[in-house]
Design a protein around this ligand. Structure first.
Ligand SMILES: Cc1cc2nc3c(=O)[nH]c(=O)nc-3n(C[C@H](O)[C@H](O)[C@H](O)COP(=O)(O)O)c2cc1C
Length: 216
């Protein structure tokens, strides 16, 4: 039996594989731009809850900076900061930080702070808290996070940044006080960080992809 038909079959298969690979690469190139634009739009929408009541320029995600650990923001993971501007003047910063000591692990939280150091919104992005207990910190499940809007380090002053049961000013969640404690501490520590950095936050250069080691 001749080896020629086998070889011909192999060449045909290799050619088909090469054509398929080229088509996949071409499709990826053609759709890549649209995928990136869609991702940007999704991210912009997910940041909106932390910017309630503010007038600001679009393109918030373009001002992203990544703060690698160790840092003074809550959590031991990289923190993300988006700077928010209105006609090129700083109006707020959005922080994506990790609240330690959730009941079931870390909780990723988005916290908006305006230039005066006032909370513009809080949104829980990721958590593993228990349905019906700790998960009530989600905006879709209750308005628990709304109580932080308009608050700052002077409203209330430091002992007040705790749940009422611990002598603070914020509502707990019935039967679930571990989750609220974790989030309140994260908001308070973010405000402390913002105050310590001042307007310097708005002067840090934007991160490049190679700095980031991942996307948020
Ligand atoms: C299965 C199970 C899941 C729980 N999940 C949560 C939770 O997600 N968040 C939370 O704060 N507490 C959770 N708890 C309750 C805590 O054990 C703890 O009792 C509570 O947070 C303390 O709050 P309390 O002092 O109001 O009881 C859970 C308890 C059990 C048994």
């Amino acid at each position: 039996m001749s080896g020629r038909p086998v070889m011909r079959g192999g060449i045909t298969l290799a050619a088909i594989a090469a054509i398929c690979t080229a088509m996949v690469a071409l499709t990826f190139r053609l759709t890549e731009e649209r995928i990136i634009a869609n991702e940007q739009a999704w991210l912009e929408r997910s940041l909106e809850p932390a910017l309630s009541g503010l007038f600001y320029d679009s393109g918030v995600t373009e001002s992203k900076i990544v703060v690698p650990p160790p840092h003074e923001l809550p959590g031991s993971e990289a923190a993300i900061i988006y700077r928010v501007y209105a006609e090129d003047s700083p109006v707020a910063a959005l922080f994506v930080v990790t609240a330690r000591n959730g009941y079931a692990g870390p909780i990723r939280v988005l916290i908006g702070v305006d230039v005066a150091g006032t909370v513009t919104g809080v949104h829980v992005l990721e958590h593993r808290e228990t349905p019906g207990l700790g998960d009530r910190v989600e905006t879709a499940k209750s308005d628990w996070v709304v109580q932080f809007d308009g608050r700052s380090l002077v409203d209330p002053e430091m002992p007040g940044w705790a749940i009422k049961r611990d002598g603070g000013q914020f509502d707990q969640l019935t039967g679930a006080s571990v989750t609220p404690r974790a989030i309140i501490n994260a908001i308070r520590d973010t405000l402390v960080y913002f105050e310590s950095q001042g307007e310097g936050i708005f002067a840090i250069p934007v991160a490049t992809e190679s700095d980031e080691g991942g996307n948020e």
